[in-house]
Write a protein that binds this ligand. Structure first.
Ligand code: F6P
Length: 322
């Protein structure tokens, strides 16, 4: 391949810049020209490209967000939008595309591959919800951000003998809530993958620990469970007598400088996407982390895999946070 493009799509995630850097540097040292696509698939449709060379990706490895900007493109989901993107690829000599994003972005990559533009997906999302991957870029940084925020809220929660109900991100997945919940010692963790009953899994647990002398509580709720945390805090206060507050962490969870783990994994995946796949003319693949190795899967196969939460880990959390 002589020219490839790289884009970031969907919700940004810390470490996306490190992945872009690795893609660009690996391609450049192998004599491949790289075009950065601005604002995800919208940029591909509109021909919004920027030439990237070795030095253009200096000083971004430590930055959160994405230098290429990101978007969720409704137009790309239409056949007309897709055809415009293909036309842009042809006019600009783009022979392969690296797509850094979540499963929605991979569907676009699959569609493009099927229409003759080989694409490789790199999993970049804080949610860690890509079934073929043990781990997605941005997840580790996000977990650490949540932990730091909840550690702060814990100080005031403890000082006032209160309960704080913390809502964390995770559109359809509870990995962030489960692992952050363990890291902060939450009394209850509500996630979409495991059925729960507020009375039994929150109120009774709190009452039980009150009997052992516990006076302050943290409850971690994944946004994906659809529980209104203000109502939950109200119910907790009414039923347990513990004054309660809420803390919705929101988009602060998506920002910040990536951790070592995110930077290293992003670099490995970006390198793999170019060196092991696109340079060999291989497309329609998703790069994945499996048992600390970097591997790849057919996109269709990857999108149809089912990921299961570690129920034993959830049980450990419940056994210990009591
Ligand atoms: O997929 C990543 C994510 O941050 C989810 O956890 C969250 O539900 C969603 O994106 C929020 O999207 P937006 O930034 O468009 O509000």
């Amino acid at each position: 391949m002589k020219t490839i493009a790289v884009l970031t799509s969907g919700g940004d995630a810390p470490g996306m810049n490190a992945a872009v850097r690795a893609v660009v540097r690996t391609a450049c040292v192998n004599g491949i020209r790289v075009l950065g696509v601005i604002r995800g698939y919208n940029g591909l449709i509109n021909g919004d490209f920027v030439e990237l060379d070795l030095r253009s990706v200096s000083d971004i490895i430590h930055r959160g967000g994405t230098k290429l900007y990101s978007a969720r493109s409704a137009e790309f989901a239409t056949e007309e939008g897709m055809q415009k993107a293909i036309q842009q690829c042809k006019e600009n000599g783009i022979e392969g595309v690296v797509v850094i994003g979540g499963d929605g972005s991979f569907r676009g990559a699959q569609d493009l591959s099927e229409r003759g533009i080989p694409c490789v997906g790199i999993p970049g999302t804080i949610d860690n919800d890509i079934a073929c991957c043990d781990y997605t870029i941005g997840y580790d940084t996000c977990l650490n951000t949540i932990m730091e925020c909840v550690d702060k809220v814990r100080d005031t929660t403890e000082s006032h003998d209160r309960c704080t109900v913390v809502e964390v991100m995770g559109r359809r997945a509870g990995y962030l809530a489960l692992n952050a919940g363990i890291a902060v010692g939450a009394t209850s963790i509500l996630i979409p993958e495991i059925n729960f009953d507020i009375e039994k899994d929150v109120i009774e647990r709190m009452k039980h620990t009150q009997l052992t002398g516990k006076k302050h509580f943290l409850i971690v709720v994944a946004e994906g469970v659809g529980v209104n945390v203000t109502d939950l805090a109200h119910d907790i206060q009414k039923e347990t007598g513990v004054e309660s507050r809420t803390c919705i962490l929101g988009h602060i969870q998506r920002g910040g400088s990536p951790t070592v783990k995110d930077r290293v994994m992003a670099t490995r995946m970006g390198h793999y996407a170019v060196k092991n796949l696109l340079m060999k003319g291989i497309g329609n693949r998703v790069v994945a982390a499996k048992n600390d190795n970097v591997v790849d899967y057919d996109i269709f196969e990857a999108l149809n895999m089912k990921r299961h939460i570690d129920e034993y880990l959830y049980q450990i959390a419940m056994d210990v946070s009591i």
